[in-house]
Design a protein around this ligand. Structure first.
Ligand SMILES: [Ca+2]
Ligand SMILES: [Ca+2]
Ligand SMILES: [Ca+2]
Length: 211
């Protein structure tokens, strides 16, 4: 998955392609953890950030987390054999929309969400990023299978917001086990100047990755 060196485009009336910034950055993982049995042990994927049901985003003091803990439930489905088992053994779930936010530098990000639940079927999960629907209908089978979906999103306000929503279906809850983000392009200085002026996002100007 070589994304290094990709360019950024800025759409202003006509597409203008700016040379790429220092693209490649580390993948950052967020493990939606559960201490279901209240043993005091949290199985957090190595190198990932632990998101507990009460981990709430707070500008300036907590750089990632949910917008609220109300309606955020959790389960630990137990050990299984997989390099990502600590991320995928536990999950958060709930019936109401919740938004997970992360402080990031402005730029374009590849986001991957992971789902797995060997104990319950889930269906019709919808995901929005920065206010736009990016996944309309994710179904998670009642099995040990791992479901993944990826999308790109542009952030111009230094905060990546991902909202998870449950559409009507068989199961009343959305779930999420894990999430990774990777910056795949950073704005050029000229673009940063527009960002600083607040032009991007308010004047219909947007960033996109060159194809
Ligand atoms: Ca998890
Ligand atoms: Ca975990
Ligand atoms: Ca945002």
């Amino acid at each position: 998955m070589k994304r290094s060196g990709r360019n950024i485009c800025m759409a202003v009336m006509a597409a203008v392609c700016l040379s790429g910034g220092p693209a490649r950055a580390a993948v950052v993982g967020y493990d939606f953890d559960s201490d279901q049995n209240h043993t005091g042990t949290w199985y957090t994927q190595a190198g990932w950030n632990s998101v507990r049901p009460n981990t709430l985003y707070a500008a300036g003091s907590q750089s990632y987390g949910w917008d609220a803990s109300v309606g955020v439930n959790h389960r630990d489905r137990g050990a299984f054999t997989d390099p990502m088992s600590y991320a995928l053994r536990d999950l958060h779930f709930g019936p109401s929309d919740r938004t997970f936010s992360v402080d990031v530098a402005n730029g374009i990000y590849a986001v991957t969400i992971y789902w797995r639940d060997p104990s319950s079927l889930h269906d019709n999960i919808q995901v929005s990023a920065e206010g736009a629907v990016v996944l309309t209908d994710v179904d998670v089978p009642l099995s040990s299978a791992i479901t993944t979906r990826s999308f790109d999103v542009t952030v111009v306000d230094h905060r990546l917001d991902i909202t998870i929503h449950k559409n009507t279906g068989t199961d009343p809850n959305w779930i999420i086990n894990g999430l990774t983000i990777e910056q795949i392009a950073a704005p050029e200085p000229a673009t940063l100047a527009l960002l600083a002026l607040g032009w991007l996002g308010t004047a219909g100007i947007r960033l996109r990755r060159c194809r």
